[in-house]
Write a protein that binds this ligand. Sequence first.
Ligand SMILES: Nc1nc2c(ncn2[C@@H]2O[C@H](COP(=O)(O)OP(=O)(O)OP(=O)(O)O)[C@@H](O)[C@H]2O)c(=O)[nH]1
Ligand SMILES: [Mg+2]
Length: 202
Amino acid sequence: MDFVRSADPTAARPAATRAPVPVKIIVAGGFGVGKTTTVGSISEIAPLTTEAEMTSAAIGIDEPGQASTKSTTTVAMDFGCVTIDQSLKLYLFGTPGQDRFGFMWDDLVRGALGALVVVDSSRLDDCYPAVDYFERAGLPFVVAVNAFNGRMAHDLDEVRWALAVAEHVPIVTFDARVRTSVRDAMLVVLEGALQRALHGAH
Ligand SMILES: Nc1nc2c(ncn2[C@@H]2O[C@H](COP(=O)(O)OP(=O)(O)OP(=O)(O)O)[C@@H](O)[C@H]2O)c(=O)[nH]1
Ligand SMILES: [Mg+2]
């Protein structure tokens, strides 16, 4: 075991017992695409959620997709965390999806290293504003198409074209309900954040 003598008390500890570096990651996307599901699937703590019942006032305004049984929506944020390895712990912040909560995104993304922008390929119109937001925010992000029941309405090239996702932005498919699938998507976000740290912005 290597010990380093230093005035810094954390530096004298063996590497294995050092606290992991905390990294803030955003899980964003349009209404009802699976953000809360994503955070809940991977979080190692019971996720903090802020779900509220949707009322009849939302009918015709917020459409979660024809087959959905969705009855609640996120009104503030989702929060969860997951330890990637001894050196890295992700703190996940899920955004609310309804347009009227858009003003909260600027606060939520502050200090984040990257974002996973969840997309439902059958409702691309609802997903464009989130992609556009992160293009402008200058934060590394990955577009993650949630394959509801393994089905995609469009292939990845079509989704990239329809949402005008830039060439340098990775686009992947995943299943928001499956922990390992969410983990793989998160690793792509981390890779982008690392590249940004090493080589700067595109
Ligand atoms: N079949 C299927 N259903 C899913 C999947 N992901 C999410 N759902 C369902 O889709 C609905 C929406 O999921 P949420 O995770 O609440 O979506 P959200 O993006 O957090 O929604 P808002 O916070 O309201 O914007 C819920 O009823 C989920 O159970 C999936 O991969 N397959
Ligand atoms: Mg939600």
